[in-house]
Design a binder for this molecule. Sequence first.
Ligand SMILES: *[C@@H]1O[C@H](CO)[C@@H](O)[C@H](O)[C@H]1NC(C)=O
Ligand SMILES: *[C@@H]1O[C@H](CO)[C@@H](O)[C@H](O)[C@H]1NC(C)=O
Ligand SMILES: *[C@@H]1O[C@H](CO)[C@@H](O)[C@H](O)[C@H]1NC(C)=O
Ligand SMILES: *[C@@H]1O[C@H](CO)[C@@H](O)[C@H](O)[C@H]1NC(C)=O
Ligand SMILES: *[C@@H]1O[C@H](CO)[C@@H](O)[C@H](O)[C@H]1NC(C)=O
Length: 475
Amino acid sequence: MASTLFTSSLLIFLVLQSSAITLSDAQTSFSEDFIRNQAERLIRSFNLSPSKSINIVRNKATEPAEKFVETKFRFPGLAANSTNGSIDDDLGHHAGYIRIKHSYDARMFYYFFVSRGSRNDPVVLWLTGGPGCTGNIALFYENGPFQINDDLSLKWNDFGWDKASNLLYVDQPTGTGFSYSSDRRDIRHDETGVSNDLYDFLQAFFDTHPEFVKNDFYITGESYAGHYIPALASRVHKGNKAKEGIHINLKGLAIGNGLTDSEYQYPAYADFALTNKLISKSDHDYLIQIANPKCVKLTQQCPIFIRVCSQYYDIRKQCDGDLCYDFSNLEKFMRLDSIKKALSVEGIEFVTCSNIVHRAMTNDWMKDCEVMIPALLEDGIKVLIYAGEYDLICNWLGNYKWVNAMKWSGQRNFSKANITSYKVGGEEAGQLKSFGPLSFLKVHKAGHMVPMDQPNVSLEMLKRWMKTSAGKILA
Ligand SMILES: *[C@@H]1O[C@H](CO)[C@@H](O)[C@H](O)[C@H]1NC(C)=O
Ligand SMILES: *[C@@H]1O[C@H](CO)[C@@H](O)[C@H](O)[C@H]1NC(C)=O
Ligand SMILES: *[C@@H]1O[C@H](CO)[C@@H](O)[C@H](O)[C@H]1NC(C)=O
Ligand SMILES: *[C@@H]1O[C@H](CO)[C@@H](O)[C@H](O)[C@H]1NC(C)=O
Ligand SMILES: *[C@@H]1O[C@H](CO)[C@@H](O)[C@H](O)[C@H]1NC(C)=O
């Protein structure tokens, strides 16, 4: 078994604009350059150009000196009214920094949006993937309270998840977005480091917001958060059992188009691509042979190069060169003096996606995070795995496979459960399979970013899922 610095990381590398498949020379192509290029490609695919490759600052931070700072803010340029409310309303929008207890000097930036419904709604944490991309991408392009107009003003999002929850976004791992440290030892390399930091974050958050401690708490997110979410949920569960710090009222976790279990998800690329006529049968068979579970499991170098014509986040679309989504307005918006002032982040740069944070997680990539889930299910913590049907990169098929293969007391009943039609507004919006606390939802007419493509359906999904108690089907 070959063992070099970069074993077991990026197996799939999707190249656009050609229908042919090539396979790399497995032993030679997996260089440091390859990893760097992969991170840079991710950044280019979102039309981003962060001014730094990581938010490590030169001097030890003097501000904020405290373990916690928070400001209430209102974004300038925000339209005067929401669906309810006037300009004078206290929107309950907060931004702040929490100093991470078990770190050298890490400060995590977060937003906390009090629910547009009721303060008694659950607290929902959203984690963005990458690894290394800011939570602001989801906030402004997926499920946040507002979206950015072309003139950099904001418009309210009628389907923001803050309509049904008290919503938290965190820039993490440290070095991403506005989160920073003066010490490179705070850069994280695995899920132990990531989940301990987030656990410290949550402890400090609830310590300073005791009025939300009793609310239900959910961990949600997308893509590489398929790693973070099980790891954090497991960390919280462990902390609760050990009566460590504040009891966090964890009720469930939801992963959207996640990367959680490579052993099942990597071979599924070929099957998904064949089913969707992106590759030929002979290419498929060759890929299956290369991406076999053994190769993945042994964490050998087995990179695969699939060339497909369509976009790998949404096979209905084409990328324009490297460009798949244009999130460049986010960088323009975050660099406005008025915005930095509103958020009290003057003097701190904004790193939309950090290629150093991304690369630092290289050896975490193939880690199987599914194994952390059964213990949560056994204790009745709800788990929702959902996936937009047109995403290739973290496709529904691979997710469906690991969910079915997961070993827990309800496995047989789950695998035998009927697939039902999931309706929103009288129309089939997806297909659902559910047993006990576990649900799998394939979402129609959506790619990698479900809340962006199907805002209404995603908000309905969240609401209904949070309402159901474990043991009942998400109707
Ligand atoms: C309030 O919002 C609605 C819908 O977005 C808009 O049509 C209306 O002009 C707004 N009213 C004011 C006073 O801004
Ligand atoms: C806002 O409007 C929703 C209905 O759209 C309503 O349920 C809610 O109570 C309102 N919130 C406030 C604070 O008025
Ligand atoms: C699970 O399936 C078994 C056998 O098919 C059945 O006896 C049992 O009642 C099911 N459990 C639940 C909770 O439905
Ligand atoms: C699944 O669907 C079939 C056919 O509609 C039905 O007979 C069966 O009872 C269903 N099983 C469960 C567990 O609901
Ligand atoms: C959103 O879904 C609800 C049903 O849950 C439906 O009543 C409503 O019309 C939908 N709104 C839009 C804009 O699609």
